[in-house]
Write a protein of this length. Structure first.
Length: 114
């Protein structure tokens, strides 16, 4: 996890420390991910999350996010929810417990509230 160096830092330029995703979550490639928590009140967390290209599964937290850069497709285990292509400017709401597969084709960076 990366700490925010100062108020007013451009989050698009913020250097993040990446770590490999757990092998059990990776379907293809060798994606890494990084998080920088910007604010954590205990009831909610605001931060920056980034994932490099690859395919990985996740079980979601209750979250709203805005994509800053990159490209991906989120597929949902629930067949009633269509695949969701996302890119800069996409605003997405995920519910806690949703099971997803992220296919990141261009390093994805988002601002999230969870």
């Amino acid at each position: 996890m990366t700490a925010l160096p100062a108020a007013g830092t451009a989050v698009t330029d913020l250097a993040l420390d990446h770590e490999a995703l757990p092998a059990s979550a990776v379907i293809a490639g060798a994606p890494t991910a990084a998080v920088a928590v910007l604010d954590d009140t205990g009831d909610r967390e605001v931060g920056i999350w980034e994932m490099t290209p690859g395919v990985a599964t996740d079980t979601e937290a209750d979250e709203l996010f805005v994509v800053l850069s990159g490209a991906a497709i989120i597929a949902f285990d629930d067949p009633s929810i269509p695949d969701l292509p996302i890119g800069p400017g996409s605003v997405v709401r995920l519910a806690e417990g949703m099971r997803t597969t992220w296919t990141v084709t261009e390093t994805l960076r988002k601002v999230y509230i969870a």
